[in-house]
Design a protein around this ligand. Sequence first.
Ligand code: NDP
Length: 286
Amino acid sequence: MSSHEPVTVIGLGVMGQALAGALLAVGHPTTVWNRTAAKGDALVEAGAVRAASVADAVAASPLVVLCTLDYPTVRGTLEPAVGQLRGRTVVNLTNGSPAQADEMAAWVTGHGAEYVDGGIMAVPPTIATDEAFLLYSGPERVFAAHRETLEVFGEARYVGAEIGLASLYDLALLDGMGFLFDGFHHSVAMALSHEGAGAEEFTGLLVRWLANMAKLLPALAADIDADRADGTAPQYTQGLDVQLAGQVNILRAARDAGVVDTVGLEHGKAKLEALIASGLTEWSSP
Ligand code: NDP
């Protein structure tokens, strides 16, 4: 497809508006539709065409991008336009599970359209910047045909033909992020139990520490891959007994500091205790 293929964007929440805005900014003829039409006003002012119905929106472009609340709303939104789907490509950037991606692919292709699933690893202000990357899965030939357009949103990373892969990796990345933010709040709450501590100053130390620890992740990943390939137990520098002693100290300090939510720490301690009880002395893949 040409670098200026017409695109329809359905779902104009904060993310959908950013996606449509990015397309308009580089000259793609862009048709938009949203349940609450007024959310498209600024895009229409910027040159987008507002479709009168979702069927008109789908009919307007060979590439239809969806970004709504969840998969049921994608399906519900597209239902009145099934007659227009044949021959088009649907790229669904709505957050969903791999199983939902499978179901959506079957439903969309059953109506004669191609289907690519995606996950957006960006927030609206970083769409179309170097920071943004988006994951895509589905038939490679279909992704390749629209890659140039999809690159407008941010780096378009094709992760594989299995339709649920983009969702799986998206959710796994969000899972890691969730633990990071939980850890941040927990860590800051502990530090702020000291009257003289400031969140910003402490966070400087936390970011430095986490950035150093993040450098260990590729080596841990290599251990996990090796373990999966030949059953060789990964070699880590700390035994489980040392980790458990440290975990007990963190839990005690958190309680002493008056941190209310210690569920995650207790879970970590119980997990280490269970591993030790099972006879392990070194961590192995979860
Ligand atoms: P918003 O709440 O801003 O927008 C939600 C969109 O879904 C709106 O277009 C809304 O329409 C539509 N919608 C909700 N319910 C229905 C329904 N019953 N029928 C039809 N349309 C409906 O959310 P975002 O734009 O932030 O998120 C959209 C997707 O993007 C989500 O899957 C989210 O996980 C993903 N995403 C968002 C990021 C972000 O930082 N915001 C980051 C990465 C991914 P209406 O305007 O009429 O309510």
